[in-house]
Design a protein. Structure first.
Length: 377
């Protein structure tokens, strides 16, 4: 009897293991079933499927001032003075030195040339942007700003697709990532008096501790762009950012009209509609001196307005992390209309990626951006 039972138990155990493996793959690795799983697991219908009625009470059209629409240059000047000080964007910013390639970008196409820069930002903060040159150069530059979480090599496929299409790239990590520090000693010049009793201050999550904290975030971006432009005469400069990098890309585009096209991915919902991990009480999105000059919707308008300018925001609808759902429907038309009635042209769009349930740049988004970069050029 037992001799007949054991083979059956072994077959049953094997079947259970196979079923468990199938479930594991379906839930965590196969995009179509993973989307279904995340939708079923959602804590409420407002995460992925619907828009919370409480958000509909905001008049998004009224949130965009006529000054932003009609006189964007004047608003930008105020923003730049707040962020960087008098004089605006320094066009003579340069790296302190050139570093060896650290291999952290992952596998890139054959013939790609990588230069790594070093910027000493003061207070113990540093940044090491990459200049990545395509073997098929098309005389166009794309800036890529990587956000929190996974290392930059996780977007090597996205970077490779840009390089294959001929774009040179400035790629940089958010401060505190890619081997750099976000925490600095609080007892030093450049930290505001009220924060000096602390041991450490965080440049991303304790912005109120710093004097002009945005300059530390923006200096490596503009410095790396300056370096790249000094090496090659580019016909255009565009910017892409992911997660927190999406917010920084949006901000750079709002401040600098020489950035023609901008693509913030999974990172730029306005403060009033953020939830969960999206909320940064003392971070760049909520920095009072910034928001007092231009709220997020107005920053979107500034980033999209101007000759040859365009902004396309991308959201992962079923993102397991953040910036998910369809909340952008509440403001997309208002921003689009504001850009359209401005004196200098421009365009604004939103793309919802429904192909996966992760916090990442998907093949769909990669293809969408590559195609949009080439459109009407």
């Amino acid at each position: 009897m037992m001799k007949k039972l054991w083979p059956r138990l072994a077959v049953l155990a094997l079947a259970v293991l196979v079923l468990a493996g199938v479930v594991e793959v379906a839930i965590h690795h196969f995009d179509p079933t993973r989307v279904v799983y995340r939708r079923l697991k959602a804590p409420d219908s407002y995460l992925y499927e619907e828009i919370d009625p409480a958000l509909r009470v905001f008049d998004t059209t009224a949130m965009i001032s006529s000054a932003v629409i009609q006189t964007p240059a004047a608003v930008r000047e105020r923003l730049l003075d707040m962020a960087l000080g008098p004089g605006g964007i320094p066009r003579d910013l340069a790296p302190d030195r050139i570093l060896d390639d650290d291999g952290e970008l992952g596998e890139l196409p054959n013939g790609t040339a990588v230069t790594r820069l070093h910027f000493d930002l003061g207070l113990g903060l540093t940044s090491n942007p990459y200049i990545i040159r395509s073997a098929r150069g098309n005389e166009r530059l794309v800036v890529y700003h990587h956000g929190f979480g996974d290392p930059i090599q996780t977007v090597s496929d996205f970077l490779s697709k840009l390089l294959d299409a001929g774009y040179d790239i400035v790629a940089l990590n958010a401060l505190g990532h890619g081997g750099t520090l976000a925490f600095v000693d609080s007892d030093q010049d450049g930290i505001r008096p009220h924060a000096r009793q602390n041991q450490k201050s965080n440049i991303f999550h304790e912005m109120s501790h710093f004097d002009r904290p945005l300059r530390h975030h923006l200096t490596p971006v503009y410095g790396a762009i300056n370096f790249a432009r000094a090496q090659s005469d580019y016909r255009s400069t565009d910017i892409v950012g992911f997660s927190m990098g999406g917010f920084m890309a949006m901000l750079v585009a709002a401040l600098d009209p020489s950035i023609e096209r901008s693509y913030p991915i999974a990172g730029v919902y306005p403060n009033y509609m953020r939830r969960g991990q999206e909320v940064m009480p003392d971070g760049p999105p909520t920095y009072p001196p910034l928001i007092e000059i231009a709220n997020h919707l107005e920053l979107f308008v500034l980033g999209a307005s101007g000759p040859r300018r365009r902004q396309v925001q991308v959201f992962n609808r079923y993102d397991r992390c953040c910036f998910n759902g369809i909340r952008s429907e509440l403001y997309a038309q208002a921003v689009r209309d504001a850009v359209a009635i401005g004196p200098n042209g421009g365009s604004f769009d939103v793309v919802i990626d429904e192909t996966h349930a992760d916090h990442r740049i998907s093949r769909f988004t990669t293809r969408t951006i590559i195609e949009d970069l080439a459109r009407n050029r």
